[in-house]
Design a protein around this ligand. Sequence first.
Ligand code: NAP
Ligand code: ZN
Length: 353
Amino acid sequence: MKTLGYAAQNPGTPLAPFQFQRRAVGANDVQIDILFCGVCHSDLHTARNEWNNTLYPSVPGHEIVGKVRAVGSNVSAFKVGDIAGVGCMVDSCQSCPSCAEGLEQYCESGFTGTYNGPVFGGENTFGGYSDNVVVDQKFVLRISHTGNFAAVAPLLCAGITTYSPLRQWNVQPGHKVGVVGLGGLGHMGVKIAAAMGAHVVLFTTSPNKREDALRLGAAEVVVSKNPDEMAAHANSFDFILNTVAAPHNLDAFLGLLKRDATMTLVGAPDSPHPSPEVFSLIFKRRRLAGSLIGGIAETQEMLDFCAAHGIVSDIEMIPIQGINQAYERMLKSDVKYRFVIDMASLKDDASAA
Ligand code: NAP
Ligand code: ZN
């Protein structure tokens, strides 16, 4: 099926219009006309080959919301006209222990990413910076929100990537929870942790984000470059979620954890963080962990949780022709707080072609 999208052809040139084929709709498939696609920092890392694993051409985009155009004969959970979502995965082996537990993101054969193909190599896949997508029904999400679908799109990655660790590390009402970085992931982390009843402290390198962080649900804001502000929180956190997309000094945050508490990294910089100071870990039995998106069942749980709590992303809508400028602004931490592509703008390229 002829599809129009935007692709990076190599690490150095801007994304530009690109035509490709989607597979025909199979018995278990759902075909979705894409209405909106969020812009994740992982899209930029991939388009520019910052993780050294990009298959070109690369069509990024894994925060997809759209309208169902067609369904295969075995599909009963979705019908034509439904609003549906697709996140970071479109397939997994479905038989390993991780898949059996609903943790497809940790599939032991490697899940198939919505773009950039199987994580451990293989054929390329093309993501949501395009007019439609064809996905196995097991990887299609129901959208419980009744409107504002552009602002729902970022939940499909930024939402689940922050919700999953907050659940896994059992954040409870009254817990003191730190969120590091107020970008796409961070602002969802603040909203979701606050909705879980936590006392949220936002750490930022951008003092001008203070008011926004309070509005989004943080109880306190700390400018992480200010050692006195940091020291005031020593040994006090039950959990810290670190979303920063660049290498930085982790010790400054590890020292803020209580005994036995955990800091979980979800940011995935292109080069390593300096190794943490071991004494900070061993003298308080502190833990440093990581977390990858979330499974399909948990993604549905997150979408339903966000709908019940009235949570969506704070977005700046852009036409797809603005994607390259959006990437430059993302690199300057200048996004409030997620760019979302209005896919109707692709028509301008279709008519120009
Ligand atoms: P983003 O919107 O660019 O936000 C990142 C935030 O980190 C910035 O807004 C900024 O917040 C802070 N920051 C940036 N550079 C910094 C630096 N040099 N030092 C300190 N803080 C800095 O990116 P995103 O889309 O939220 O993604 C964040 C990271 O998570 C990316 O690496 C992405 O690839 C990764 N990711 C991981 C998963 C997963 O499953 N683990 C899923 C999705 C994305 P302040 O201005 O507030 O300091
Ligand atoms: Zn993402």
